[in-house]
Design a protein. Structure first.
Length: 366
């Protein structure tokens, strides 16, 4: 740990709380392992689908299809990276028993990787919510104006600009008094914003920036969600007055509403936890982490559960929504699974034929 002063402070806090529950660490590691494997597999298939299934055409309908496939592809790639990148946390949960006898894990022990991973996880959750906000508002626009044409270049500019702004703000924090470091209390790398009580104001700024990155994209998510829900669940006249709204567009909007609900369920806990922490820092200037999270479960496990597990489970669940709500994606997955099953069966049959003796060999044996 680079920030040894804060490490000693948390060491004293850990002695008050007690050591982490090792069986809970292993359960958490196993859960993340399952989520990582399934999420990587499912999002890999979904990425392949949205990357290949692009519709070419010059009419508004085909151009809008390509626009939405780009959004879904960006979501799948983001979810894939999230599911793959949880393995260092699994390693830390298994190797590091936490305070007071912490052991620096193998993967996070590399300073360069710790900085890279920590910065990546500062960006991914916010960017993921931003993409869902764009998806939700875009579908709402088509419910109100079915013939509206979206432009891909605007989407690319929006994604690039938002990602760049997040990166610049996080790097700016790291260039001031913040450092990226591994925290045995949480078992992952994150931005450490204080080296004692004299850095409390900087810590407040850091937490406030994190909340802004997570909460601001939630605004378009909620707007798109509630307005779409209002149109879809209300009297048919609400959608009927929007001329040329097709059943396919209504079904697509319903799918987006379901995706949005799942995102809200799994991402709101992060924002609530950060708001609770920020409120504690502002209202109790002399309070330490242990004063705000004063039992073993909240002290060691609340942040990993809301910041890591919740985000990863959300990423794993998204392809399941695509499978049950998008018939073309379901057909693609079913064909892929049948092809894999056939290839596996053929390989077993080939191996069996290679091990079976030929008739001449059988005669020799006799």
């Amino acid at each position: 740990m680079k920030n040894m002063e804060m490490g000693r402070e948390h060491m004293g806090d850990a002695l008050k709380i007690g050591a982490p529950i090792r069986w809970a660490d292993f359960v958490l590691a196993f859960t993340l392992g399952v989520v990582s494997i399934l999420g990587t597999l499912w999002n890999g298939i979904a990425t392949a689908f949205f990357d290949r299934e692009f519709v070419k055409g010059n009419n508004v309908r085909d151009k809008n299809k390509v626009y939405f496939r780009v959004i879904y592809l960006a979501i799948c790639i983001t979810d894939l990276i999230i599911c793959v990148s949880v393995f260092p946390v699994i390693d830390a949960l298994i190797e590091d028993p936490g305070y007071p006898n912490f052991k620096l894990p193998t993967v996070f022990g590399n300073i360069a990787f710790c900085n890279f991973w920590g910065l990546l996880w500062e960006i991914l959750p916010s960017f993921s919510v931003f993409l869902v906000g764009v998806l939700s508002l875009s579908r709402l626009v088509l419910l109100v104006r079915p013939r509206y044409q979206f432009h891909q270049y605007r989407l690319y500019v929006a994604m690039t600009t938002y990602g760049f702004l997040i990166l610049i703000s996080k790097v700016s924090l790291l260039l001031t008094t913040d450092v990226m470091d591994y925290e045995p209390m949480l078992r992952y790398c994150f931005i450490i914003s204080h080296k004692g009580m004299e850095f409390r104001s900087q810590e407040i700024i850091t937490v406030a920036v994190m909340i802004a990155h997570l909460a601001l994209p939630v605004i378009p998510v909620f707007v798109g969600f509630f307005c779409s829900l209002f149109l879809l669940l209300g009297p048919k006249q609400r959608v009927a007055h929007c001329k040329h709204v097709t059943t396919a567009q209504e079904n697509a909007a319903t799918t987006v509403v379901i995706i949005t609900v799942v995102y809200i369920i799994f991402n709101i806990p992060i924002i609530i936890n950060n708001l609770f922490y920020l409120h504690g820092l502002r209202t109790r200037p002399n309070a330490k982490f242990v004063d705000l999270y004063d039992n073993i479960l909240t002290f060691y496990y609340l942040w990993p559960l809301t910041y890591i597990v919740s985000v990863a489970v959300n990423s794993m669940a998204n392809p399941l929504i695509y499978y049950f709500r998008m018939q073309i994606f379901k057909t693609f997955v079913d064909r892929f699974l049948r092809a894999m099953k056939l290839r596996f069966s053929n390989r077993i049959q080939d191996n069996h034929e290679l091990t079976m003796p030929s008739p001449s060999q059988a005669v020799v044996v006799l």
